[in-house]
Design a protein around this ligand. Structure first.
Ligand code: HEC
Length: 193
């Protein structure tokens, strides 16, 4: 009996410790240093909303090899969107980009392409309390490029918001739902109404 009690006391304290740890790790909110957004480390464990291959925007320079875009949303924003059909304030989206590769050293691949060399991260943040953009922008959605030409194999630690004309304008005009291209993301577009 005493042994059982000790065991359940241990189990209780373990579960409290686990809950505290989980609490410390969440929620996933945008973090800044000055006006710069810190890179949202750990986004690959968030909710994966969809991917596309070689989607290029009108006017954008194209390369021969198409690029994979793998898109993630922070889990809190996903749950809110699932329940209410709106993106909460704050919401974070990350595009993880990869060159499409068709060959590997073992020569096993006969056909098809996969995520090859990492090619950068783009981030969109909905945050009414965001730091201003380069022209004093305070639009609720801000867009960031984390590709650092000086370190092509890893994302920059922080990034400044892009001017609204570069990113926000197209998203506002053409994103299906509140600046977001929900039309391309099965995890969001196929939610039961
Ligand atoms: C001409 C239109 C256009 C412009 C300009 C544009 N985007 Fe997008 N963006 C898209 C489309 C289309 C998608 C759909 C998915 C994709 O590209 O992988 C998208 C998706 C995204 C996403 C995923 C979340 C979402 O909103 O759907 C991020 C993050 C993003 N773009 C960042 C940027 C950044 C950063 C810039 C500016 C440097 C930018 N975009 C400029 C059209 C645009």
């Amino acid at each position: 009996m005493v042994g059982n009690r000790i065991l359940s006391a241990i189990a209780l304290s373990l579960s409290i410790a686990f809950a505290q740890q989980a609490f410390a790790q969440s929620p996933n909110v945008p973090k800044y240093t000055g006006d710069m957004l810190l890179f949202p480390d750990g986004f690959r464990t968030w909710v994966f909303v969809g991917s596309n291959l070689g989607l290029t925007y009108k006017g954008e320079a194209t390369t021969d090899a198409p690029t994979f875009h793998n898109v993630y949303i922070n889990p809190e924003a996903y749950a809110y969107f699932r329940d209410k059909g709106e993106f909460p304030d704050p919401t974070i989206f990350v595009i993880d980009m990869f060159a499409s590769a068709t060959k590997e050293p073992q020569h096993i691949v006969a056909k098809g392409s996969y995520d090859g060399t990492w090619a950068g991260n783009l981030v969109a943040v909905k945050n009414s309390a965001r730091p201003p953009g380069p022209k004093g922008e305070k639009t609720i959605w801000a867009y960031y490029i984390f590709t650092d030409p000086a370190h092509p194999s890893q994302p920059a630690a922080s990034a400044a918001a892009q001017p609204d004309d570069n990113c926000e304008a197209c998203h506002k005009l053409h994103g299906l739902k509140d600046h977001v291209w929900v039309q391309f993301y099965p995890t969001l577009r196929d939610l039961k109404k």
